[in-house]
Design a protein around this ligand. Structure first.
Ligand code: PMP
Length: 443
């Protein structure tokens, strides 16, 4: 049972917190009273240091689209490692992965690879700046785009700081951030065409880029509306602004990515997670004329892009193997599993009489334990009561064989079966019933 002070995870945490702040290296995997340390994973299952096996619906926050240690990926990576894990030279694997992206994503002619989604977003912003010669960027309030200062502005912002909806504050991400960072970011409410237009128009000729995740998790995992995307596409085109899609997660929406699913073609796309399928990866990809800012073949590039492990052949090989298996049929399969999860979780809420909601699309789903008023960060932000309910439900799930994110995000992989999904639904229904009995869930 979690928590258990006599567990190996608890002991590891005591050891770890002496040498790692919080006992680990990643905010999103910290858990109170202590994080659960992983020992191994296989297919749809993850096993912790105490030998407890759970069905994994986190999939390392959506990156493991084929589950853990898929034999074909293990084989491809092992073969690569035996020939060397990295070189101060490009490799064919990098060319192959770039070819796959160019073949699948409508906006992509060229790619540059790095090691995280954070770097992908950072390089996309830098490329947009290099291309336009402008400094400012626009982004949606609350949206998460990784850990680059500019992309972090107004991410996870608290109600006391967010300001009027007509003029959201640009909130610096962390203490000591240079004030210029927030000044160079225009923050607009998600899916709100009128407000976005009012806020962006006065800055139109100073904006290098508008950065959008068309299925922003922090804005509720609700798709960007066709009107919002149409407005942003038209506005950016009209004013010579680079439209960047952050598809680090939303690439999962289909064979042609979120841009294919939503029929909106950006200029640049930031990618990560699935395109390395378990190995560190990031890519900035897009129109060749914009990507030319990185090109050192004629003269010093306007945007230098270095990195010891950029396009490392292990990640590139894993990415190629993963994407080759991620066929249109595979997308259909993980999408059907996602739909089964969404429908079943809605039924579980109904059966338990808990007024929540379930959002998401394709292989991505998110459970809320309070009915939400509409898309957008402010409406979708969890209340303190909801967070407490979610913590209790999460703990129930952990203690009944289900590994979900602590705030209700889940995703399916090709390793999951209908039975796995049904177990998630049944366990959630039972967990909600317990919340209700304890008087935690709202009537
Ligand atoms: N963008 C989005 C939409 C993300 O969800 C994430 C990571 N969860 C990132 C960017 C950053 O990716 P990474 O964690 O690989 O740096």
């Amino acid at each position: 049972m979690y928590p258990d002070n006599n567990s190996r995870s608890a002991a590891l945490w005591q050891r770890a917190r002496k040498v790692l702040p919080g006992g680990n290296s990643r905010t999103s995997v910290f858990l109170k009273p202590y994080p659960i340390y992983a020992a191994s994973g296989s297919g749809s299952r993850i096993t912790d240091e105490d030998g407890v096996e759970r069905i994994d619906f986190v999939n390392n926050y959506t990156s493991l689209v084929h589950g853990h240690a898929h034999p074909k990926i293990v084989e491809a990576v092992t073969e690569q490692i035996s020939r060397g894990s990295c070189f101060a030279a490009p490799t064919e694997a990098e060319v192959r992965l770039a070819e796959i992206l160019a073949e699948r994503l409508p906006s992509v002619e060229q790619s540059r690879f790095a090691n995280s989604g954070t770097e992908a977003v950072m390089m996309a912003i830098k490329a947009a700046r290099g291309f336009t010669g402008r400094a400012m960027i626009g982004k949606c309030e609350g949206a998460y785009h990784g850990s680059y200062d500019y992309a972090e502005v107004s991410q996870g912002v608290a109600p006391a700081d967010w300001g009027e909806l007509d003029a959201p504050n640009s909130v610096p991400p962390s203490r000591g951030t240079p004030p210029s960072v927030a000044k160079d970011v225009v923050v607009v409410p998600y899916n709100d065409v009128e407000r976005a237009k009012k806020l962006l128009t006065p800055k139109a000729d100073q904006l290098a880029a508008i950065l959008i995740d068309p299925l922003s998790n922090q804005c509720g995992l609700v798709p960007a509306s066709p009107e919002f995307l149409a407005f942003i596409r038209e506005f950016t085109r009209e004013h010579g602004i680079v439209l960047i899609f952050d598809e680090v997660i939303s690439f999962r929406l289909g064979y042609h990515g979120a841009q294919g699913a939503f029929a909106c073609t950006p200029d640049l796309t930031a990618l990560g997670k699935v395109i390395g399928c378990g190995y560190p990866v990031g890519a900035v990809a897009g129109r060749a004329d914009v990507m030319a800012v990185f090109d050192p073949s004629e003269s010093k590039p306007s945007v230098p892009h270095a990195g010891t492990f950029n396009a490392n052949p292990v990640s590139m090989t894993a990415g190629c193997a993963a994407l080759e298996m991620l066929t249109p049929e595979a997308y259909k399969h993980i999408g059907a599993l996602g739909e089964r999860a969404r429908a079943g979780l809605r039924e579980a809420l109904d059966a338990a009489g808990v007024p929540g909601m379930v959002s998401g699309q394709g292989s991505l789903f998110r459970l809320f334990l309070v009915q939400k008023k509409g898309a957008g960060y402010r409406n979708m932000m969890m209340t303190a009561e909801e967070s407490e309910m979610m913590t209790q439900l999460h703990r129930y799930l952990l203690n009944h064989g289900i590994f979900m994110s602590f705030y209700g995000l889940g995703n399916t992989s090709t390793a999951h079966t209908n039975e796995d999904i049904d177990q998630l639904i049944e366990t959630t229904r039972n967990g909600l019933g317990v919340l209700k009995q304890q008087g935690l869930a709202a009537e």
